[in-house]
Ligand binder design. Sequence first.
Ligand code: NAP
Length: 305
Amino acid sequence: MREVIIIGSGPAGYTAAIYASRALLKPLMIASSVEPGGELMKTTDVDNYPGFPNGLLGPDLMAAFQAQAERFGTEILFDDVIEVDLTGDIKIVKTGNGETHQAKAVIISTGAAYRELGLPKEKELSGHGVSWCATCDGFFFRDKTIAVVGGGDSAIEEATFLTKFASKVYMIHRRDSFRASKIMQEKAFNNPKIEVIWNSAISELKGEGSLNGVVLENTETGAKTDLAIDGLFIAIGSDPRVGLIENQLELSEDRFIKVEGRTSKTSLPGVFAAGDVIDPTYRQAITAAGSGCVAALDAEHYLSN
Ligand code: NAP
């Protein structure tokens, strides 16, 4: 039996792994088979992670996290957790390849998943003009006209990155101001390829087989207009990934895992949570990393008692 299993491999999971392995707890990290490394694997420049004055690429930062965790003895399994039983003193974790693992403590750092618009055809056109990942799919839109929907940091980051390929990038936002940080807003406003379409929601995706446009609805007047585009990148935030544990751990009203005060303690003893899955507010790589550290220290304290 393990001392501790860490589920999820973003900045929170890896920081928990670094601390837990340095505490000689020999953690097992289950890192996902398709998306190890979490959201930063899909970003480009990370300019706000302290310690890197010239910035670095998201995947490079995650590779460094992984190397540091492995250096101290973290064992990483690139598989998906499909079922857990966290209710007893011995926690049971089953993975996609049929293995069952047991531990005295578990740290949940499963992050958050991209939100969908919820429109008809959204799934059908996914990968055929509709995307959630500019770094993955931007290359396919060389000299094309595309749009990004959303008004947060992610939307601006995606739009700015996409200007490397596209000839024109519309940003479609449902209000008349962005929620993104000022420095990101400036990036968008100063980029001649980006045009913002304010007060607009997408009411329809158009195209058979691949996207060729959207219908926009003005959120103030209700007026509808067509916009011809070759690609649409959806960057409207994310929701905590709680599917695995929603029937076992207490969640907040907006479905984040509830933790006790500033700790990582969930509603079950021996189960700790960290990163975006507990954080409706800050959701930065550095805050997730800090929260992973807290979870490892809490788990270490729990195990020593
Ligand atoms: P976010 O801050 O939650 O922004 C989501 C945006 O999508 C908002 O502008 C929201 O509109 C819009 N939206 C939500 N649901 C929508 C819907 N159904 N239809 C149309 N628009 C919708 O999410 P995020 O941009 O992914 O950022 C998440 C966190 O990561 C933030 O804390 C952000 O600071 C951080 N982040 C930081 C960086 C960086 O520092 N470089 C980069 C990326 C992300 P409203 O504004 O009207 O609510």
